[in-house]
Design a protein around this ligand. Structure first.
Ligand SMILES: [Cu+2]
Length: 524
């Protein structure tokens, strides 16, 4: 394999410079020689209980590789990034959509009930593994950090799509390096459709728009800046000064005079957005992490934390051609170490804007008049009732206390250990439980924590300490935001897959600092 001569570098945020050498395994070699055959570790060879390749007949078989790349993002030097690229080996070629001029990975599309094979090859210079955020897959397919593969090695994923239609995504999950790897560019959307969704006649095709919102910082040579090495900055999490949408700065979405389905993912490392329309129109929310809501809800603003998705119904039929508005982030108290501190604003001088700052995320410009009228369905799906009393631990909900301290993130006073599970982190297969998360620590460490559960979508059944209207807790969720002082109860059913799964803070710097734990689903 050809060696790529270029280095990718992440500058240290505190003024010192540190360069991570990106040796070996270049994109050129890969593209010229085609994808390497599977080497070494695969799910099938590592784990006896994985589905064997012979009996797994995929509807979609794709190769996915993580590689260094160059991207012309600004005038001048190209920006060095890490990227996912994919190609379809078997199945419909239109199921993998590369985003032009973006570091983001391709959008992978699948239908409920389909069998998917993904041959992942890691061609960056450090260990990595891919996690399918929000997808309900068996233990060995989930991208646990213990399953990382070394540069040049591959991992074979084979799973059936059991999720409802919705906006899911994929990103690396190596322990201690998830933040820098996602930041470097490794992330992509995974969209699932199903029959129920199709029957609703929601805006589709060019009227169904994915929008991945991320913040970044660049130096004067257009290279990405990261906080690595600066532990204090890491306590807050990475906060850049540039907003990128679908990997592009200064993003404008041209729209026609009709209704759109806007699928928003907060793919930022730690920035939280308090979304609102600049022109004051309400946000009409039709879906969250795990797919469509029972019925649309209207909010003047809504919080979107790292890892969370929200789907909007946005109708521009009443706006004339030439009309402009924007999706903005309203100010809020973002907590954290950087509160009230503007750490410089110029490029290359540690550019950072605090969490909770007022921001414009992207512009909307009405450019075309069309006569496609769509009515917002008043009923989208059947959610099923939630009965807390059905929980097996109704009288003794499992308690999880979130805390930061000593440059570490902790859950119940514990930091992540690769395969460690405490007695109170073991659940029975087939059980239904209430888990209660408390972000009630005081002092300097009052920070927001978006908590993500692997393995299962859950329902939010209660919140205490909330002083605003910015949450949409009605639907299926896999990530839930807890602002300082808040307490959240979720109901989750461990109905099928046994094994070791993660739960963690999706502030990626917190996660990398250990704010992550395993839970174990034990066979009854
Ligand atoms: Cu956190």
């Amino acid at each position: 394999m050809k060696k790529l001569s270029k280095d990718i570098r992440f500058e240290v945020g505190n003024g010192r410079r540190q360069f991570l050498q990106m040796a070996g395994y270049g994109a050129l070699g890969l593209m010229a020689g085609g994808f390497r055959p599977l080497l070494g570790q695969t799910a099938a060879s590592q784990h006896g209980d994985a589905i064997s390749k012979t009996e797994f007949a995929p509807d979609l078989d794709i190769s996915l590789v993580s590689i260094p790349g160059d991207l012309a993002m600004f005038p001048g030097a190209a920006t060095q990034v890490w990227q996912y690229h994919a190609k379809v080996n078997k199945g419909n070629k239109n199921r993998v959509i590369e985003l032009p001029r973006s570091y983001l990975g391709p959008i992978i599309k699948a239908q409920q009930g389909e069998k998917i094979r993904i041959r992942f090859t890691n061609s960056i210079s450090e260990k990595s593994i891919v996690h399918w955020h929000g997808l309900h897959v068996p233990e060995v397919m989930d991208g646990h950090p213990r399953d990382v593969v070394s540069p040049g090695e591959s991992y074979l994923y084979e799973f059936e799509i059991k999720n409802r239609a919705g906006t899911y995504w994929y990103h690396p999950h190596p322990h201690g390096r998830t933040g820098p790897q996602v930041y470097g560019g490794l992330a992509g959307l995974f969209l699932v459709s199903d029959e129920e969704e199709k029957s609703l006649g929601l805006p589709d095709g060019e009227y169904d728009i994915p929008l991945v919102i991320q913040d970044r910082a660049f130096d004067r040579d257009n290279q990405l800046l990261y906080t690595s090495g600066n532990r204090m900055a890491q306590m807050t999490g990475f906060l850049g000064d540039s907003i990128l949408v679908n990997g592009r700065p200064d993003f404008t979405l041209p729209v026609s005079t009709t209704a759109y389905r806007l699928r928003l993912l907060n793919g930022s490392n730690s920035r939280i957005y308090r979304l609102a329309w600049q022109d004051g129109r309400p946000l009409i929310i039709i879906g969250t992490d795990g797919g469509l809501l029972e019925k649309p809800v209207s909010r003047s603003y809504v919080f979107l934390a790292p890892g969370e998705r929200i789907e909007l119904w946005s109708d521009f039929s009443d706006s004339p051609v030439g009309y402009e508005t924007a999706l903005i982030s309203l100010p809020f108290d973002g907590g954290g170490m950087g509160r009230g501190m503007m750490m410089g604003g110029r490029r290359g001088v540690n550019p950072s804007i605090p969490n909770g700052a007022n921001l414009s995320l992207f512009k909307i410009k009405v450019t075309k008049s069309v006569s496609i009228s769509r009515l917002l369905p008043q009923k989208l799906t059947e959610m099923g009732s939630i009965r807390e009393s059905d929980a097996d631990n109704y009288n003794h909900p499992r308690q999880f206390y979130l805390n930061m301290g000593h440059m570490r993130g902790m859950i119940n006073g514990r930091v992540f250990q690769m395969e460690n599970v405490a007695e109170d982190e073991i659940v029975q297969l087939g059980s239904k439980e209430i888990w209660e998360f408390s972000n009630t620590a005081g002092g300097m460490m009052r920070m927001p924590h978006p908590i993500h559960l692997h393995g299962k979508q859950f329902r939010v059944i209660g919140r205490d300490g909330v002083k605003h209207q910015g949450y949409v807790d009605d639907g299926w969720k896999d990530t839930v935001l807890l602002m300082p002082g808040e307490r959240v109860r979720i109901l989750v059913e461990f109905d099928d897959y046994p094994g070791l799964f993660l739960y963690h803070c999706h502030n990626l710097e917190h996660e990398d600092m250990g704010m992550m734990r395993n839970y174990y689903v034990r066979r009854a």
